[in-house]
Design a protein around this ligand. Structure first.
Ligand code: COS
Length: 385
């Protein structure tokens, strides 16, 4: 399996790296402090075509694939993890359409998603169903040529800013969710669909995380993706494809913290020499570099494998499911560990908001939690062994 970056991927990487350094990094600390969603960042992603990277060319995307998407999210997350999440979460919200939509639905939704004119969000989690998603309570009741949605979703990234939300619901609460879940595209402004509480978070603070409420929300049956009963499968396959995006965000956070810590350790002096010359710090940085690079190789290989698969509802192999979960778990754990060490390298300065590693350490934590906690990833991996 060849997963060295191609010439186009290197060009993309350089472009996004420059953009991140020049346009994203300067405001990252302030955005974290203000914790307000920043539409200028959305505009920047749109102008540079970053929303359409993994969308087919036939619908206006660039068809560059999952590895190109991962590189993009990594570069953005090196300087601002919430900015990387703009792109990764748009992919997550769009994946159910990419995987399960019919031709009419593709033509209707994909071009505006590929250009970023419309933003997407993914509404799965509920107050009582996060890890155990088979406990979904959101209900979709058939009524003529529509479904009536009732229920609450929480912790929904981009939920308050998205134009379309892919929403999971059960059509018959008496049956097991595995067999009766369905997924719907719910458009902003649909009566009965409202945005509830906005969360005040530890990290990725300016990213939009909200509760979504559906009260007798009538959604046309033509907005259902696949058939009744396909929902659980669409959800699992979406997560298989989206977890590399979280992994890329985590990898970017680790790489950004490592880069900052190395530069600091070369400048900062103690006991008459740069602290990188002290073995205690040099070894720490070596370990940080080793783990970050190992995580990167695992993720890039996973992306290279996964981007060869058709985006449809066909079954994927346990090996691929395992690689996706391993990437997410390894990159998340590495991000948490590397950022904690980066704070330590900076000592007292690492603990202060003026230095970005403090934010990076807070941002890293979510990558061990969302899109399946790292404990869930271990369950998924164990099941495939
Ligand atoms: N990819 C594809 N299919 C999968 C899958 C995966 N990763 N995991 C399970 N499935 C399939 C199984 O093959 C099974 O299919 P059949 O009924 O056709 O045999 C079906 O889904 C049910 O599997 P299982 O019995 O293992 O389901 P569980 O309810 O026990 O759930 C886990 C298993 C833990 C894998 C699931 O609940 C999960 O992924 N939870 C985490 C969800 C999550 O990420 N939440 C965060 C959301 S924020 S975006």
């Amino acid at each position: 399996m060849q997963y060295d970056l191609t010439e186009e991927q290197i060009l993309l990487q350089n472009m996004v790296r420059r953009l991140a350094k020049e346009k994203v990094a300067p405001g990252a600390g302030k955005r974290d402090e203000d914790a307000e969603f920043d539409w200028e960042m959305v505009e920047l992603m749109r102008e540079n075509g970053l929303y359409g990277i993994d969308f087919p060319e036939a619908y206006g995307g660039s068809g560059a694939g999952l590895l190109a998407l991962a590189i993009t999210v990594e570069e953005l997350s090196k300087v601002d993890a919430a900015c990387g999440l703009l792109v990764a979460d748009h992919e997550l919200g769009s994946l159910p359409i990419l995987l399960a939509a019919n031709e009419e639905q593709r033509k209707r939704f994909l071009p505006q998603l590929a250009s970023g004119e419309h933003l997407a969000a993914f509404a799965l989690t509920e107050p009582a169903a996060g890890s155990d998603v088979a406990r979904l309570r959101c209900r979709a009741k058939k009524d003529g040529d529509s479904y009536i949605l009732n229920g609450t979703k929480n912790f929904i990234t981009n939920g308050g800013v998205a134009d379309i939300v892919t929403v999971y619901a059960v059509t018959d609460p008496e049956k097991p969710t595995h067999k009766n879940a369905a997924v719907f595209v719910v458009e902003k402004g649909t009566p009965g669909f409202t945005v509830g509480k906005k969360e005040n978070k530890m990290g990725i603070r300016w990213s939009d995380t909200v509760e979504l409420v559906f009260e007798d929300c009538r959604v046309p049956a033509e907005n259902m993706l696949g058939q009744e009963g396909d929902g659980f499968h669409v959800m699992m396959k979406t997560l298989d494809f989206s977890r590399p995006g979280v992994a890329a965000q985590a990898l970017g956070i680790a790489a950004g913290a490592l880069e900052y810590a190395i530069a600091y350790a070369k400048e900062r002096e103690s006991f008459g020499k740069a602290i990188i010359e002290h073995q205690g710090i040099g070894f720490k940085l070596a370990d940080m570099a080793m783990r970050t690079e190992a995580a990167r190789q695992l993720l890039y290989k996973t992306c290279a494998m996964m981007q060869q698969l058709p985006k449809d509802l066909s079954r994927i192999s346990p090996e691929i499911i395992r690689m996706s979960s391993m990437s997410k778990c390894v990159c998340g754990d590495v991000a948490m560990w590397v950022t904690t060490e980066a704070v330590q390298v900076l000592g007292g300065y690492g603990y202060i908001k003026e230095y970005p590693v403090e934010r990076m350490m807070r941002d890293a934590k979510i990558t061990q939690i969302y899109e399946g906690t790292n404990e869930i990833q271990r369950m998924v991996i164990a099941k495939t062994l």
